[in-house]
Design a protein around this ligand. Structure first.
Ligand SMILES: Cc1cc2nc3c(=O)[nH]c(=O)nc-3n(C[C@H](O)[C@H](O)[C@H](O)COP(=O)(O)O)c2cc1C
Length: 188
């Protein structure tokens, strides 16, 4: 069983990308190979980052909680909407707080938008962010165009093509987490 932490990065009232986060959570759980911890950044009311967690004398409990959930994961999935051709500011702000938590983690990327491109720009930039934090971005990404049509409120896909993409993502991701986390364990 792999310990997978999903970091979901939209805090907007009425956010649709929560559907993509629910979809990938359900699909990973249904694989029977993943135990999911879900971090909804909205639950934490994180201020704009002024100091990294490692440099704080009295860190808030919320940051310690996120740190533990990231550090203990075999793999992480980032889920974000596309805002202004990039990932959400809330996602970047959360990522910036942490350092060693990311080290050598396999990270899958799920992006969504209400338009036709499914967060393609956000996903490309997010792969670069993952490299910057010393983690490994999975090459295959899950993009969800027209979130409002593609998934119901519980994250159930409303078309066959998306169901297939989700299944493909899960298969690739579990392989990727296995490959990298096995090497990480060997190196300990
Ligand atoms: C500030 C802002 C900027 C946005 N920029 C883009 C964009 O560049 N490309 C795009 O496809 N959708 C863009 N959108 C639309 C989002 O894709 C849309 O809101 C979608 O539902 C996902 O975001 P949500 O989870 O906040 O709902 C933008 C939305 C907001 C609020």
């Amino acid at each position: 069983m792999f310990r997978i932490t999903i970091l979901y990065g939209a805090i907007r009232e009425g956010r649709l990308s929560i559907r993509a986060a629910k979809a990938i959570k359900s699909a990973l759980e249904a694989s029977g190979k993943a135990e999911i911890t879900f971090i909804d950044i909205k639950d934490y009311n994180l201020p704009v980052m002024e100091a990294r967690l490692k440099d704080m004398e009295n860190p808030p409990d919320g940051l310690l909680d996120i740190s533990q959930k990231l550090a203990t994961a075999d793999g992480i999935v980032f889920v974000t909407p596309e805002y202004n051709n990039s990932y959400s500011g809330a996602m970047k702000n959360a990522v910036d707080y942490f350092t060693k938590e990311w080290s050598k983690k396999p990270i899958g990327i799920v992006c969504g938008s209400d338009g036709k491109q499914g967060g393609l720009n956000a996903s490309n930039l997010l792969q670069l962010l993952v490299l910057a934090i010393g983690a490994f971005p999975m090459p295959y990404k899950l993009l969800v165009p027209e979130l409002q049509l593609a998934l119901d409120e519980e994250g159930q896909p409303k078309n066959e093509a998306l169901s297939k993409s989700i299944q493909h993502f899960v298969k690739e991701y579990l392989w990727f987490v296995d490959a990298i986390s096995t090497q990480v364990q060997k190196g300990k």
